[in-house]
Structure formats: C-alpha cells, structure tokens
Design a protein. Structure first.
Lengths: 308, 234
C-alpha cells in the first residue's frame, strides 16, 4: 500500500516536473522572440479592446439612462386661475392616488427660472401671458404612464398634461442596439483572437518543425509536444486580455476630463464607471481558454502530419 | 528481443526499400548491419524505432508486433530504443546539455538528476567540457557524439546507430566502437548500420548483410561464435 502510494507520488512528481519544463520552455520561447510576442499580444489586445471599450461605454450610458428615469415625471399644468393654495391642495389630493409616488408643485416663478436656465438666457420675457402652477408628478415605477396621464387629464382644475417620454424611449432603443452590437463584436473578436493565436502557433510550429520531429523521435508523447504550445497560447491570450484592460482604463482616464466638462453644462456631475474586476477575470479566463484552444487546433493538425 | 518475419517495406511512390527480411537479434547481442547505400539499412533501423511501419510481415519487439501498435503506444516504444541518426537530429539552437537532457526531460526526471546523468554521459563520449556549447559550434564528429550521449542517457535496452562513424576519423571511430562494446557488455542490445567493413571485421561481431532490400548474409564472424542465432543459415 505504502509502496504503491510512493510510486504514485513519484509519478505525480514526474508529471509536475514535465509540466514545469513545458511552462519554462514556453516562457523561454516568448522571451527569445520579444518582437513577435509583443506584436501578437498587441494585435490581440486591440481586438479585445474594441468590444471591452464599447461595453464600458454602454455601461456608462446606461448609468446616465438610469438617472434620466427620474425625469420620467409627468407635468400637470393647472388652470391659470388656480392660486398657490389651490395648487398645493390639488397636489396633496393627487399624491393620495395609488399610482403616484410623489407630487412636486412648481410655482410660475420657479418654472420661469428653470426655463430661463435651460434656454441659457438670463431672462425669458413672455410678456403678460400668465403662467400656471405646474405639478410635477412622479409615478410609481410599474405604472402605465399613458393611462395615468389620461386619468390626470380628466381630473379637476387640470388644463394640460405633458408626458415627454419619447426621447427616453428612443435612448432605450439606441442602448438596445448598442448592447446587441457589443455582443456581435465580442463574438467577432473572440473568433479573431482564436485565429490570431492559432495562426501564430502555426508559424511557430513551422519554425520548430525540426524540434517537434526530434521530440517525437526520442519518445515524447503528443501531449508533451503539445504542452509548450498550449502554454504559449495561454500566455498570449492572457497578455492580450491584460493589455486590453489597461487600454480601456487608459481611455477612461483620458475621457474623464471632457466628460466632466460635458456633464457640468447640464449642471450634473458625471463619474465614468470602469468595467468591474469580474469582467477582467472573465476576459482573462475567456481569452486564455481561446488561446489554449487555438493552439490545440494548430498543434494537433501538425502532429498528425509528423507521426507515421 | 527483436525479430523480423518476412518484412517488406515499400514507400509511397513505389520504392521497395525492403523485400523479405528475416532475422532475430537476441537480448544483449551486438551486431552490425552492412550493405551498399540504398540497400535498406536505414529503413530497417527505422522500422525498429517505429519511425516507419512495415508494408508486409511482422516486426516483433519483446514479442510484440510493433508494426501494428496504436500510435498512442509509439512514444513508449521509442523510449526503449535509443537511436543515433546519421544526420544527428540535434536541436541546433540549444546547448549540448539541453540536447542530451531531452529524453530525461520527457521522462520527468528532476533537474539535479538530469545534470548528474548528462555530465556522466558527456564524460563517457569525451565532451564534458562542451556542456554549455551551442550545437553549431561543434565539429561533425562532436555532434555525432552528442547524439550518442542523448541516445544512451535514458539507458534504453536497445541502441540503434545509423552510420555512427561516418564523420569520424579512424581513431575516433575506434574509440566510439569501444564505447558501443562497453554499453553492450553492460547489457544493451546494439545494432549498428555501417559500411565501414574494416571496422566490422576488426571487431569480429555478428554481421547482417543487406542487398537491395534482402538479407543476403548473416555471419557470426571470427572468434565469437557462441551466440549463434537461428537466422544464421538462411
């Protein structure tokens, strides 16, 4: 029993050593050809940066979109003859409705100031036209806005109900297109990672034909011959993913200033969201796996040609 | 140990390298394989190392028909056969040390054990001081000896050599043959393909003669007649 486990331990140790030698050999190959390695990893990084960058842009736009959801409010214009007291009473009446979360009465003066601010003018002269009180109604999130607007229109003292949802819907649709695009690009570029790596390994194999043949001659198993190339594929995949990650971060860093200026013009503050660390982990795993897979394809084809 | 039964080998393209070869090599035997170039010597060796498969007949290694083994088992068989190639087959971008170490790396030996064995093997072939030299910096004869060190380092039961003295001067050839004899005395089965007939005669070992793909002679030359094999009179 103890002898058997000893033998197994010996086997395990030999196996671990073989893996260690393959790993060292793959690193050695990368280091011996620094320019080729750097070029390949750069190409992979660019291929991965595009979908990752687009995804980051999407995440940030969605954050903006979530902020905009608060603007999903309904503007209820009261009759012009309703005074402050009447407006506040109407407001508290509406806030008791089941579908309404909050009601915010806006005085004609405040409305004027907001309008002036939004149009960029100091003063907005509308002459003697009297402005009404407006109730900004925030509906419950699950409510059918169109139906609620219809009911509000029928309420007492209400002159007009404005629901400006079109552009929110439009943004929604655009984001939908964007996220589909991200998926498409991700698939496309994942395929390109596969091809770049397997093509690279293929040329590497051509270059090392003699070595592969000699290894086979002295009794190396296909697994042993394949292993350094699989490690090379893994390194390239990992390197590409890491570089893409850094590139996206660099891009975010460069965009922070301009985006903040842009947000400032809307009187808002904006903070760019970096892709989460889980995504880095996912990319490393995915790209590494693609690297191994690409190398596997290339080596297996070549090995079949060499063995009788 | 090794037994050929009606072995024929025809390469794609119609070249008939071997026609009908029968012989047996006992465990621990040492024999020479001679014949003109193109007689099929290399093919015969390649069949033993499973670098080729026979078109007809059987090649038995330890009683196993190695012409029929699955490709998964080929690496295991090749580790039992150390081959010294005519064109050395060395990794030209590596050091002597890395080349000789190859079979041990594949077997998963520890690096310290590998170093120790490589030094011992290089000492045996007289290249101890060349451990860290790159292959192209060596002469043809030195490269040949690196190939020999590599072939014997994992102590395979069978050693095959294809024209091992082709690039060597007579003195070195002599030395090398003594090395083969030593390995043989330690129990290794040795088969050497050569056309250096002088050398063969001087050593007085069993000699197999190939001629255009057929075994035309099998003689137990000279004094050592005890290990007569059954194929001798065919």
């Amino acid at each position: 029993m103890s002898r058997m486990s000893g033998a197994n331990r010996g086997d395990l140790r030999a196996w671990a050593r073989r893996h260690g030698y393959s790993l060292l050999s793959s690193v050695g190959t990368l280091i011996r050809n620094p320019i080729t390695s750097a070029l390949t990893i750069s190409v992979l990084a660019i291929a991965l940066t595009l979908p990752l960058g687009l995804n980051t842009a999407l995440v940030n736009l969605e954050a903006v979109h979530d902020n905009l959801d608060r603007l999903d409010s309904i503007s209820v214009f009261l009759d012009v003859d309703v005074d402050e007291g009447g407006a506040r009473r109407a407001g508290s009446r509406l806030s008791n409705w089941r579908n309404i979360l909050a009601v915010d009465p806006v005085s004609p003066d405040a409305g004027m100031r907001e309008l002036a601010g939004a149009s960029g003018l100091d003063r907005f002269d509308v002459g003697d036209v009297p402005l009404p009180w407006v109730l900004e109604v925030t509906p419950n999130s699950s409510v059918d806005i169109a139906e609620l607007a219809q009911r509000l229109r029928r309420a007492q003292q209400v002159d007009m109900v404005i629901v400006d949802l079109d552009w929110v819907r439009r943004l929604d649709a655009i984001l939908g297109v964007f996220s589909r695009l991200v998926v498409l690009l991700a698939v496309l570029f994942a395929a390109s990672v596969l091809f770049v790596i397997s093509n690279n390994i293929r040329t590497e194999i051509q270059r090392r034909r003699e070595e592969i043949e000699i290894l086979a001659l002295v009794g190396a198993t296909p697994g042993y011959i394949r292993r350094p190339f699989l490690y090379s594929g893994l390194w390239m995949g990992l390197g590409g993913a890491l570089l893409a990650w850094l590139a996206v971060h660099a891009g975010l860093w460069m965009l922070t200033g301009p985006v903040e200026s842009l947000a400032a013009t809307y009187g808002a503050s904006a903070e760019l969201v970096a892709p989460p660390l889980e995504m880095l982990a996912g990319m490393l795993a995915g790209s590494g796996a693609l690297g191994i897979f690409g190398a596997w394809i290339a080596v297996s084809r070549q090995l079949a040609r060499i063995n009788p | 140990m090794i037994r050929f039964e009606h072995v024929a080998k025809r390469y794609p393209g119609g070249v008939q390298a071997l026609s009908d070869v029968n012989f047996e090599l006992e465990r621990g035997e040492m024999a020479f394989l001679t014949g003109h170039s193109g007689a099929g010597k290399s093919t015969l060796l390649r069949l033993i190392a499973v670098l080729e498969r026979p078109s007809r007949g059987q090649v038995l290694f330890d009683g196993k028909n190695i012409g029929r083994v699955s490709s998964r088992q080929i690496p295991k068989l090749r580790r039992k056969v150390g081959v010294i190639f005519q064109d050395h087959k060395l990794l030209t971008d590596r050091k002597v040390l890395d080349n000789v170490a190859l079979p041990l790396l594949i077997a998963g030996f520890s690096w310290s054990e590998i170093r120790r064995r490589v030094r011992a093997a290089l000492d045996l072939v007289g290249l101890l001081d060349k451990e860290n030299t790159l292959i192209p910096a060596l002469s043809g004869g030195q490269q040949q000896r690196v190939g020999i060190a590599r072939a014997m380092i994992a102590k395979p039961p069978v050693l095959l050599a294809d024209e091992p003295t082709g690039n060597l001067d007579p003195e070195l050839s002599e030395e090398l043959m003594r090395l083969f004899c030593t390995l043989n005395e330690l129990g290794t089965t040795v088969l050497i393909a050569t056309h250096d007939l002088d050398l063969v005669e001087r050593l007085g070992r069993r000699t197999l003669v190939l001629e255009s793909g057929c075994m035309v002679d099998d003689r137990n030359a000279g004094s050592i007649g005890a290990d007569n094999s059954e194929g001798a009179n065919s």
